[in-house]
Design a protein around this ligand. Sequence first.
Ligand SMILES: Nc1ncnc2c1ncn2[C@@H]1O[C@H](COP(=O)(O)OP(=O)(O)OP(=O)(O)O)[C@@H](O)[C@H]1O
Ligand SMILES: [Mg+2]
Length: 400
Amino acid sequence: MFEASRYKAYYGGRGSAKSHSAAKAALIRAGKSRLRVGCFREIQRSIKDSIKQLLDDQIEMLGMQGFYESLQNEIRGKNGTEIIFSGLGQMTTDQIKSMEGIDIALVEEAQTISERSLEILIPTIRKPGSELWFLWNPRNASDPVDQRFRGLHPPNDAIIRKVNYTDNPFFPAELEEERAYDEINNRDRYGHIWLGDYEPMAIGAIWDRATLHSSRMSEAPEMSRILIAIDPAISSEEGSNEHGVVVVGTSEKRGYVLEDGSTRGTPKQWATRAVNLYDKWQADAIVVERNQGGDMVRHTLETVRPGLPIIEVVASRGKHVRAEPIASLYSFGRVSHVGTFPELEDQMCLMTAAGYEGEGSPDRVDALVWAMTELFSDLTRRKVKNVTVPQTMTSGAWMG
Ligand SMILES: Nc1ncnc2c1ncn2[C@@H]1O[C@H](COP(=O)(O)OP(=O)(O)OP(=O)(O)O)[C@@H](O)[C@H]1O
Ligand SMILES: [Mg+2]
C-alpha cells in the first residue's frame, strides 16, 4: 500500500489483513502529508457500516491519538488531513463529483460496487498522484470490480494482488478456529470464504449468481401470504444433518425469500425453529415434505405446537425437476431475496438440470422449492390428466 500506483486492487479470502493493512497505510501516509482520504462502500446505512471503527483502533495501535481527532463521522489530522466515509450507491452523481480533491479513495467490499459507482468514482479521483484502492472478497467474475481488474484488460499502473489468510502473519486464533471448522463442515463455501475463490457455481446451474444479486432487496414490501417450509433430514445420525427451513412470502404476484432458518439438530430442534419462525413472521402455514418422515413430521410439529396449519406435500419427481419451474420464476425476475442467504444461494447455484453438484443434500433449496411451489401453485402445478388404466390391468384378474 506504500508503493506508488494509481490502482491497488487486493482481493482474497477472509482474514487476509486487507482492511487492516489499508487502514494502517492510509493513516501513516496521511500523517506524513496532508491528504483527503475517502473511505467508500456501495451502501453505508450508518457510520457503523464503514471502516471508521477500524481506523479508530489503528490510530490507537499506532499511538497517533495525539495527531488524529476522531469525530462522529470523520477523522481529522493535525496537518489538515481529512478522512471521510460514504456510500457511493446512495450519493448523487454531483455529490460524488464534488470529491475531486480526494487523494486516496479506499473502497471496501468492492465486490458489491455497482458499475455506475465505478464509472462515476474513477474519473472523479483525478488529483495528480491520487490513488484508488479496492479491497474485496471475490463473489462472481461478472461483478464490475472483477471485470475491471481481473478481466481481459486490467488498467495499467495497477498493483493487483490476491491475498489470503496465509499471507497474514497476524491471523488470529479465533479466525483459525472458524477456518478449520469451515474446512470440514462447509466444503461448498470454503474456497470462497477462505481462499478468495468465486462463489461456487456449477456449469449448467439452473440458478445463476447475477440474477440473484440483481434482484436482491434490502427491505420487503408488505406480504399477502407467508409460508415456512421445512425439508427435514431424516437419518440415523441424529443431530448431524442439516434441516432446510426457509421463510418465503408473496406480494403482488412476486415471491420473496425472507429468511433462511436452516438448522442442524434433532427433530425437536427443527420443529421448534419452524414454530418460532411461524410466530416471528406471523406466517399463514407450514409446508412440510412427508416422503421420508411420513406422519412423524406432522407429529413432531404438533408436539411443539398443536393445531398448526400444516400443508403436507409429497415428492413424486426428483429435486432438480421440481426446482426448474421455480428457477424460471427467478429468471423472469419474479423472485427477490430480501438480504443475502449465502448457504442457500450456494446450493441454488450448484443445482443443475442433471442433479445437485454440491456436497451432501441441498436441503435449503428443497425447502425453498416447496415453499415457492405452494405460493405459485397456479404456475407450477402440473395439470395431471386423469389416466384411465384398462380394467384388466388393475383388477388383478389376469394374474390368475
Ligand atoms: N497489522 C496487524 N496487526 C495486528 N493484527 C492484525 C494486523 N493485520 C491483521 N491483523 C489481524 O488479522 C485479522 C484479519 O485482518 P483483516 O480484518 O484486515 O482481514 P480482511 O482481509 O480485511 O478480512 P475480511 O475479508 O474478513 O474483511 C484482524 O482481525 C486482526 O486480528
Ligand atoms: Mg476486511
